[in-house]
Design a protein around this ligand. Structure first.
Ligand code: COA
Length: 181
């Protein structure tokens, strides 16, 4: 297994990166938090843009043949001390083998982490040095590795949705309605 950072501007056309993003936003977040089609599409495209513009960093874990095994996406904040974990996922068959921890270590640098843990992943975060800040909307738990849990403030720059996004969301909703009938 090796780790590879997806460089700013190189995201589109990177199959392994797309697969991992689709698995996290398309599949995992529906089962973990019940995200709608619209929410998943908007979060996916936002993350893609953030990586492409260099506001977020993506590190992939791959096997020697280039098959993606996991990814972590972290977003810069306006605080020099904190970065947000936007997404972390390891392919189901490869979980509990230390890959998630290696991704964390690779992304750490000299910044502390902030994240919203899903109910199922909370114990993993705690086991890996995160402390609970408090409950958050949709059943997630806000967690951090920072020392002074309540004593931080930061902002994240995020791209605005475009007309194309709205068009795509309408299309996906129609597909969803069609699937339900
Ligand atoms: C959370 C996740 C990324 C962890 O990745 P992983 O590769 O399975 O984790 P690791 O093997 O590196 O785990 C490190 C340690 O935590 C333990 N661990 C793994 N999953 C755990 C869990 N759900 N609860 C508690 N401990 C866990 C491992 O056994 C290992 O223990 P050790 O200290 O004895 O070695 C992975 O389970 C996953 O992809 N989950 C679905 C996506 C998700 O929920 N992401 C987080 C939401 S943002």
């Amino acid at each position: 297994m090796y780790l590879r950072e997806v460089k700013k501007g190189n995201l589109f056309g990177d199959m392994a990166a797309s697969l991992m993003l689709a698995t996290f936003y398309g599949v995992e977040m529906q089962s973990a938090l019940g995200w709608s089609v619209e929410r998943r599409y908007r979060e996916l495209t936002k993350t893609q843009m953030m990586i492409d513009e260099g506001l977020s960093r993506m590190i992939l874990a791959e096997n020697p043949q280039g098959m993606p095994l996991g990814m972590i996406v972290c977003t810069n904040t306006d605080s020099t001390e904190i970065q947000r974990i936007e997404a972390i996922i390891v392919a189901e068959a490869f979980r509990a083998k230390g890959i998630g921890r290696k991704l964390l270590q690779a992304a750490k640098g000299n910044k502390e982490f902030h994240a919203f843990a899903t109910p199922k992943s909370l114990s993993w975060y705690k086991r890996n040095g995160f402390k609970v800040i408090g409950k958050h909307e949709e059943g997630t738990t806000e967690v951090t590795t920072a020392e002074n849990v309540g004593d931080y403030k930061f902002k994240i720059r995020a791209p605005m949705p475009t007309e194309i996004d709205d068009f795509m969301v309408d299309m996906l909703k129609k597909v969803d309605q069609y699937n339900e009938t």
